[in-house]
Ligand binder design. Structure first.
Ligand code: SAM
Length: 341
């Protein structure tokens, strides 16, 4: 449907550290129907709608990256499923699955709109999704998300499972907030046949509570889980940064995403695009490349490919996240919702 003009065959993306870039995360909107306390401040200013790339432009950008070797594509945000007509984009991108150019089309969502879209996602070839859920306690859920309704999310998860989609739960580990609930989250997720990953909170963007208050190292979480269950290292990988253990008693897997206690930058295979077409080569650094201008400058993709090559050539080695008493500033001023979580 949105195919772009013919162009020269692009080169695969290898960064200066020899890492092959085959995973693209695309934020299709910076808006969200939740205001999670670790992600956004209460009064966020969002981009004017006219600044967003159109769905056709997003498709063209994604297709250019696929031509350059991307095999895994994740739509995220903000909340991707609140973008108007987002299913048109999924539908059109699914052609790359059909022709074998893409291994996986997936989404990270807060689940609020899943009951409505699960069957459509499955029909577009989406086989696995990540749903972010930090607690099963309705009052706590409301406190963390400020605006969210736990029931709607749980209905969404059930709809996705019923549509045959594999759901992985992602929970940010928050000191004193869901810390006591980690085991029950695992029991619940594994009981429904879902894997669950825990994430360390990262210093991205200014928020009201201090990061130090929120930060719970996963080394501690893992040690506690190990007292309750038999954990065995797993070779399971999903193309992302999570390192998994298998739980003998439940038969399920737990992932640990540890940007703070053990950074995984040496194996980084991804880049991110915002909904305005800015390419970030690292979640935790400020350097970026504008892809909107080359995208709009020509119907052929040559200028776009050149801009992508120049950007990949300066992908940094990694991030320098610090959360401690002396470091008051976030590592980058962008909230996660802008870069795309
Ligand atoms: N709205 C979608 C969702 O909730 O999954 C996609 C975007 S959201 C920014 C993606 C993920 O980033 C969520 O799992 C969220 O919990 C996580 N996240 C947001 N801010 C974070 C931070 N400062 N540190 C760690 N994870 C964060």
């Amino acid at each position: 449907m949105f195919d772009s003009a013919a162009t020269t065959k692009p080169l695969p993306m290898i960064d200066p550290f020899g890492r092959s870039i085959d995973y693209l995360r695309v934020s299709v909107t910076d808006r969200c129907d939740f205001r999670c306390v670790y992600c956004m401040s209460e009064n966020m200013a969002f981009l004017p709608k006219k600044d967003l790339l159109t769905l056709e432009e997003l498709d063209r950008l994604c297709s250019a990256f696929i031509a350059k070797g991307v095999r895994k594509l994740r739509l995220t945000g903000g909340e991707p499923l609140v973008r108007k007509d987002v299913m048109t984009l999924f539908r059109s991108l699914s052609r790359h699955l059909d022709r074998g150019a893409l291994d996986e089309l997936t989404v990270t969502t807060n689940g609020s709109q899943l009951a409505r879209y699960a069957a459509d996602l499955a029909a577009c070839g989406v086989r696995r999704i990540n749903v972010s859920l930090d607690t099963l306690d309705p009052a706590k859920f409301r406190a963390i998300t400020r605006w969210g309704d736990l029931d709607a999310v749980l209905r969404g998860i059930d709809a996705a499972l019923a549509a045959g989609i594999h759901v992985k739960i992602n929970a940010v580990a928050l000191r004193g907030v869901n810390e006591a609930e980690i085991e029950s989250l695992v029991t619940w997720a594994h009981g429904k046949g879902m894997d669950i990953s825990f994430i360390e909170v990262m210093p991205l963007g200014d928020i009201e509570p201090s990061r130090l208050e929120q930060y719970l190292p996963l080394s501690l979480v893992r040690a506690r889980l190990g007292e309750r269950w038999t954990l065995t290292e797993s070779e399971h990988r999903t193309g992302g940064p999570a390192r998994y253990v298998e739980v003998a008693e439940t038969g399920g897997r737990i992932g640990f995403i540890t940007p703070m206690t053990h950074n995984f930058c040496e194996s980084c295979n991804r880049v991110r695009i915002t909904c305005t077409g800015t390419l970030y080569m690292c979640l935790g650094q400020d350097d970026a490349a504008d892809l909107r201008a080359p995208l709009r400058a020509s119907e052929a993709d040559d200028l776009l490919f050149e801009a992508i090559d120049r950007a990949i050539a300066r992908k940094p080695r990694g991030h320098d996240f610090i959360i401690d008493r002396r470091t008051r500033q976030p590592a980058v001023s962008r909230h996660m919702s802008m870069t795309g979580g």
